[in-house]
Unconditional design. Sequence first.
Length: 114
Amino acid sequence: MIHDSRRAPRRHVTDSVPVIDTMTDEVVGQLGNISESGMLLIATAPLVEDGLYQLRFHLGSRPQAINVGVHLLWLVEANTPGQSWCGFRFLTISDEQRNQVRAWVGAGEETPAH
């Protein structure tokens, strides 16, 4: 059995959710999963491990974008050339948007935290 040490429940993202770097206004990848404390990105742009980024994305049909300041904790090259898996921790997110993420995660099939 694999022990999951993540503290917050997360939800796998089944739709295509582009993630935009707000500094360059360019898509850097697709959202893989999300919790109220961080996210997994399937990156299509080169990112720097231990880097800080300002990102924007939409969850579900909500018109308001979620804006987050993030720290790139780890990065692993994917099997697909030009892609990588990136684990981010949220550094800045408004209380309102954190509540939106929490509600969205809670509304779907989630992976429980242990």
